[in-house]
Write a new protein. Structure first.
Length: 52
């Protein structure tokens, strides 16, 4: 599979992933919304590190 994430995109995904993880941890919200926030953060971080 061809990698399709460039250098700037990796940095942006990393920052967004960390920001979403912090929001999910620090902000009071429902359990479902918190779960969705952590899942999106995980996807952003995984794609930032793997490049896919």
């Amino acid at each position: 599979m061809k990698k399709n994430v460039g250098g700037i995109d990796k940095v942006i995904r990393f920052i967004v992933g960390i920001a979403l993880a912090l929001v999910g941890y620090l902000v009071q919200m429902s359990t479902g919304l918190k779960t969705v926030t952590f899942v999106v953060a995980a996807i952003a971080l995984i794609t930032a590190f793997t490049g896919f």
